[in-house]
Each structure stands twice: as C-alpha cells, then as structure tokens.
Design a protein around this ligand. Structure first.
Ligand SMILES: [Zn+2]
Length: 779
C-alpha cells in the first residue's frame, strides 16, 4: 500500500512538471501592458508557440478573461477592437468574456454605442442559435443586459436560469439595482421577495441602489428617514446582515444629513450597546409562532415520518409514546453530540464529559431528557447507568439521525424546553422550505440552545443561550443593524470553539477584537420633533464555514453509521495520530482513505444484493452511500426505492429467471450497450468543445456534486492518478475536477431532459433507456 502511495506521488510530481507550460502562457497573458503591446496578431502567435492548454480556439476568451479580471480594461478594449476588425465569428467563450468586460466597464463609465449594440446583438444571436442557454452564458448575458437597462430581457434570462438552477446572488442583486436605478421600486421589491425566497440575500449593489433611490426621490430629511426605515425593516424581517460597504454608505448618508453615525459594539453577555448603552431585546416567540413550529413538527411526524426522522415506524411510535409519557422537560441533551465535544478521545473520557454536563443541569434541578444512540451503551456500562439514573433516556437505533429526534423532543415538550448541543443543527431540513418558519426556528434556537465546549482543563464549558436576538432591531427610535465584517486573518485563525451561529452574531466578534474599534453609530439631534435618532450598525464576522466543523461533522456521521468494530480501529488511529510526524500522518490518512470501500463498490453491492440482504445490512449500506453522495434523506429514499423496485424486477428473491425474462434482459442489455456507445461519443465530442472553452462550473446541488465526485473518481482511475481534492491547487487536479464537474452537468441535463420526455412517452422501466430517444443534448 505504501509503495502504491509512493508511486502515485511520483507520477503526480511528473505531471506537475509537464504542466508548467500552461502557466507560462497564462503568465505572459497576465503580464501584457500597453507599453509592450503593439501587434495583437503577433502577441497571439507568441503565446500559441508555447506549448500548453491555451490554443487557437480558446485564446481570445482567455486573453479577455485575464485582462478583465486584472482590470486592465484599456487593453481588453483594444483586444475587443482587434477582434471586431477581423470580422470573424466569435466563440461562445469569447462572447461571454466580452459581455463580462462590458458589464465591468459599465460600473465605471457609460458604455459606447458600439458596446451597447454588441450586447443587444449578442442577446439576439445567442437566443436564435441556442434554444436553451447554459448557466454561465445566462449569467453573463443577464449582467450585460442590466448594464444597458434592458430589464425585460434580463428578467427572461433570469427565468431561463431557473430551468436548470438558482440564479446567483449577483444576478438577483444586479437586476434589483437596475430596477431601482430606473425608479421602478415596485418591480425591485417584487424581485427582492423572489431573491429572498431563493435564499439569495441582497448584495451591496442592491442596497446601494435602494438607498440612492430614496435620496434621489425625496428631499425632506424626515421623509428620507421614513423611506430608509423601509430598508431597515426589510433587514430586520429577514434577519439579514448588511454588507460592510452598505454600512459605510449609510454612515456617509447620515453624515451629510448632519446626523451622527458610528459603529458600535454589542456585549455578548447581555446585548448591551456600547453607543447608546441600551440593551438589545430578546425577541421571544409569540404563542402563535411557537404553536406554528410545534404544528409543523407534528405534521411532519405523521406525514413524512420515516423520511424526516430516518427511522422505522416502530421506533418512531415508541419515541412519540415515550415523549407523551415523560414530557415536559426543562432541557434535552444530544448525548452523542455532547460526548463528541471532547474530540478524539477514549470512550470513557467521552462518557465522563457527558456525565459532567448532565451533572451541571442536575445541580440546577432541571428535568433532563438524554437522547443517545444504542451503541453508546457499549462504551462504559457503569457510567451509562449512573447517567440513566439522573435523566430520562431514549436511545435511537444506530442508523437513525438524532438531530431531528432531538429537536422534535424539545419542540413537542413545550415552549420552555431548552436544548444542549455543540452543533448548529443545520440538519433541520424539515423546516427549510418556508422562509418565515426558518426565521422562527432560528429565533427559537437562539433562545433555547445551550452550547458545550471543552476547556483547556478538559472539562465542559457550558454556554447559555443568547439573552438577545442578534438581528436588526428598532427600539426607542434607534435601529441596531448587524453588518458583515470583512474577513480578517484574526477571525480565520482564532477558533475558540464558538460555533458559526455565534460567529454570525456581533458578539463573538467583540470577544476577538476588543481592541479594534470597528463599530458605527449614526445619530441625529435637533430639528426633529420625534427626538433623537440613533443608528447603530454593529459588525459581525463574515459567515465563514469553519472547515474543522465540517470535518468533525462528517467524521462523526461516519462513525455513527459504521460498525462498532470499525469505529474502534478508527479511534485508535486517530488517537495515535497526534504523535506521528506530518509525513506519516499524511500517509496514514491516505491508506485509510484507500481502505474505505468506494461509493461505486457500495452501490454495486446494493444493486446486486439488495433483495437478499437483511434489513440492518441494507440500512448500513444506505447510510454509507448517503454519506458519499450527500443526498438528502428524501432524495435517498426515492433513489433507493427506485433501485429496490428495479432490482425486484431483475431477479426474484430466489434468483429464478424465466426464459422470456431472460430474452427481455438480453434485449435490454443490448440497448443499454447501444446507449452507452452513443453517450460516450457525445461526451467525447462535448469534452473537446469544453476544453476549448476553458470555463468553470458551478455545482449548485448536492446531487450534482455527488455525480461529479463519482466521475472524478473514474477520471482519476483512467489517468492512474490519485483522486484529487477539490481544493488541490495543482494544474492536473484542477483540470480533472473541472472536467468531472462539466460531465456531471451534462449527465444532470441528460437526466433532466429524459425526465421531461418521460411525460410524453413512459415506456421502459430502465432509466438509461429513456436517454436513447433523446436528441443531442444542449450543454
Ligand atoms: Zn445602541
């Protein structure tokens, strides 16, 4: 195994040397400046004479891309002029790059007639040439159309993006800003609504245009204030965090109105503002809001039961009976999650830690519900029994997800029940469809979640729920708005265990940056009958996902869904890992990764053996697959039900296949082979085309990403390279990732089209077969 690892490392190095030329081409393109540039034709020939991935087909797009991204607009425009003078047909990549260039220029100055004409012509010709435009072309086109105020056309492009994915934050915000610039407030607000529904919070250009609109339209100070108030109400309603530049812009606006403006700090302990000394409110849920939350949880339990809790109906029944009998509780503990708060440690240590947390709440005379997994019983029976005497306990099967259990128990228990977990409960998918419910859930979580960390003495440090709601609030004519602080190295490096939830609040930021005054307060006195207006804009750390958190999460899931035996081995490796040298550790990690069965093997195991495997084995494979494919529980369920159905058709439980069935099967196999040949030819053709364009994909859905991962694995196998991580900076790894992503998009499109075609004629049971009838794909 070690030899294999070694060999792969060498081959990777070899390819690294080989790809160096690619950099040389790019470096030359990047280093162009007006002084050394005389002849574009010669420049292009020089670049092409160097061996590398920039070729005759993609060179125009690459030159435009780099000159634009480096803001060398004069050079980019000179090149655009050169392209125009040649009067040759432009590639799609070049058109995209030009659209992007003109959009960037429009931010600084008015576009020329020629530039406007190019955008409009491009819009016309693209739609006449292609029936459906792919995502990145749509995005570029939309931005460029906004630059020339063609909002109707841009709206149409926006709806086209929806066919395959959700438009970007920038697409929404740019279009919103354009509507405001054109004084079409109603349209802008409608689009803002849609943008929020699609989880695309506004960017600074949208806020900026909104503010400018108010300032342009109204001259009286009080009226201006009244309409700016609408913006803050919007921020408050959506629990939004405004961008830093927007905060600065507001400060400037209030400065010109002779109102004081400034940044402020909010104390984490009690929500006190350093500017007005007032305390932020805790926006507790109203009875109605809590009832709504509880009703949804109950509904989900009945309607989508096993999808939601990922459990058996029997387990669900015993769980709800248990809660009925023992509720209400003061506090619900997520046992496994708390135990893992100690990181990689022995089971005894984990149990001890959990026991200490339990004791903390026992001392407060709390009625405790502890949720755990059955395998925890095997950790340390004696200590477990001690814990069980102090609490009500419910242990779910090892394959069940305890996140939803834990939230369900607390919400069913009543409005006064708290929860304890070190995580941020992102798994609450059951609520995520309704924006207003998400806000209610967030507030419930802020008010009720205790967090657990391990202090340097290896004892639990227990953090009470926030005493205030970290959202924009208006109180005594004062607005406190959270704003997004620019990411700084300080934030990136300090990890004091405060999770994302609190990182996203102003308070965590105070803890870290006590000495740095980064708060803004804006207030105005006199000339106003309503008295003093104070605008306090409080910073928050930017919402970064801590990679460590992610890792922790996935490792934990992996452990919890795998065999007990496997887990013990894994823990030992983890424990001794700290003593290893980095080199050995890397090798060990690699060996461990190689030892893991890959998702394809697991899948083929499922395909072949699903019908004969006992239920618990099946569930295990399913869980492992879910982990590899990042599917949601609902998607997994549908996926596996489909598989299960088809595997039942393929062969009965005894494996007996009749003659007719046999003939059918060979026919299907032949068709499948035919499909495969066609499909491969198409992929090869599109691959060449794609390489020529050199664009980057956006993998928007988990499903797409998991398909891309499977493809990447295959590509790596074919090339004889190790499967690269997505963040690997090497040329070849990046190329492999890009190609896999693109192929994934094609596959997704193919399935999408096949699904659409299915409604017209649904004949064969085989997913693959339907693709046969398809016309060539438009990618
Ligand atoms: Zn204040």
């Amino acid at each position: 195994m070690v030899a294999r690892v070694g060999l792969r490392l060498i081959s990777q190095n070899a390819s690294f040397v080989k790809e160096k030329n690619f950099d040389e081409q790019i470096e030359q393109i990047k280093s162009i400046d007006e002084h050394n540039l005389k002849d574009w034709a010669k420049f292009k020939n020089d670049i092409l004479s160097i061996q590398g991935n920039v070729n005759q087909k993609n060179i125009d797009a690459v030159i435009l891309k780099y000159t634009t991204s480096l803001k060398k607009y004069d050079i980019a425009l000179s090149f655009a002029q050169h392209l125009k003078s040649k009067e040759e047909e432009l590639s799609l990549g070049t058109i995209n790059s030009l659209l992007n260039l003109y959009y960037e220029i429009s931010k600084k100055e008015k576009l020329t007639k020629d530039q406007i004409k190019f955008i409009l012509d491009a819009h016309k010709s693209l739609y006449s040439k292609y029936k459906v435009l792919e995502y990145s072309t749509c995005e570029r086109l939309l931005h460029a159309l906004c630059a020339v105020n063609e909002t109707e056309k841009a709206l149409k492009v926006l709806s086209d993006i929806h066919l395959t994915t959700t438009p970007s934050h920038s697409a929404y915000s740019t279009l919103v800003a354009t509507f405001f610039n054109l004084n079409k407030k109603k349209k802008a607000l409608e689009l803002i609504d849609e943008s929020i529904k699609n989880k695309r919070p506004l960017l600074e250009n949208a806020y900026g245009a909104w503010i400018d609109y108010v300032l342009r339209k109204y001259k009286d100070k009080n009226t201006i204030h009244k309409y700016l108030d609408e913006i803050y109400s919007f921020v408050a309603k959506n629990c939004a965090v405004i961008p830093l530049n927007t905060a600065n812009k507001l400060k400037e606006v209030y400065d010109t109105l002779n109102w004081n403006a400034g940044l402020a700090r909010i104390k984490k302990v009690d929500g006190q503002c350093s500017c007005c000394m007032d305390k932020l409110d805790c926006l507790t849920l109203t009875n109605d809001e809590f009832d709504k939350l509880q009703r949804i949880v109950k509904e989900k339990l009945i309607v989508g039961s096993d999808l939601f809790l990922k459990t058996s109906p029997e387990e669900l029944k015993s769980f709800t009976d248990f809660v009925d009998k023992t509720a209400p509780y003061d506090i619900v503990l997520d046992g496994l999650n708390i135990a893992y708060g100690v990181g990689m440690a022995s089971h005894t240590h984990k149990m001890k830690f959990l026991n200490q947390v339990v004791d903390h709440f026992v001392r407060q005379n709390k009625k405790i519900l502890l949720l755990g997994r059955q395998h925890m019983m095997r950790w340390n029976m004696k200590m477990m029994q001690q814990i069980m005497q102090k609490t009500k306990c419910f242990f779910t099967e090892n394959v069940s997800q305890d996140d939803p259990y834990f939230i369900t128990a607390a919400i069913l228990s009543g409005p006064h029940t708290d929860i304890v977990s070190k995580d941020l409960l992102r798994g609450h998918k059951f609520l995520l469809r309704d924006e207003s419910l998400i806000q209610i859930f967030k507030r419930w979580q802020w008010q009720h979640q205790w967090m657990i960390f391990q202090n340097p003495q290896k004892r639990p440090s227990i953090q009470a729920p926030l005493k205030f709601t970290p959202c924009a609030q208006k109180k005594n004519n004062t607005w406190h708005l959270p704003y997004e602080q620019e990411a700084s190295p300080v934030i990136a490096h300090v990890n004091d265990g405060i999770p994302d939830l609190y990182i996203a609040t102003p308070t965590a930021f105070i803890l870290r940056q006590l000495s740095v005054p980064t708060w803004i307060t804006i207030s105005k006195t006199g000339g106003n009958r309503t008295g003093k207006f104070t605008y306090v804009i409080m910073p928050t750390a930017s919402r970064k996902i801590d990679p460590k958190d992610k890792q922790r999460g996935s490792r934990q899931n992996l452990n919890s869904s795998s065999d007990q035996n496997v887990k013990v081995v894994r823990m030992d490796i983890e424990e001794s890992r700290s003593k290893m040298t980095p080199r050995i550790r890397r090798n060990m990690e690699r060996v461990e990764m190689l030892a893991r069965p890959n998702s394809r093997r697991l899948r083929s195991l499922w395909d072949e053996k699903c019908a004969i495997l006992p239920r618990d084995r099946r569930d295990k494979i399913k869980s492992a697959l879910e982990e590899d494919y990042f599917l949601s529980p609902e998607q997994t369920e549908q996926y596996f039900q489909a598989f299960y159905e088809s595997s039942k058709r393929w062969s009965g439980p005894g494996g007996m296949v009749s003659r007719k069935e046999h003939a059918d099967r060979s026919k299907e196999l032949r068709q499948r082979q035919k499909w495969l040949v066609n499909f491969s030819a198409q992929v090869a053709y599109r691959l060449c085309d794609y390489i020529a364009k050199g664009q980057k994909e956006m993998l928007v859905s988990n499903r797409l990403r998991s398909i891309a991962d499977v493809v990447l694995e295959r590509v790596a196998e074919i090339l004889g390279e190790p499967k690269p991580t997505r963040t690997n900076p090497g040329r070849l790894p990046r190329f492999m990732v890009a190609i896999s992503d693109r192929i994934a998009v094609w596959i997704e499109n193919a399935v999408y089209r096949a699904d659409a075609a299915e409604t017209e004629s649904s004949k064969g049971p085989d997913e693959h077969m339907r693709l046969d009838a398809e016309k060539p794909l438009i990618c």
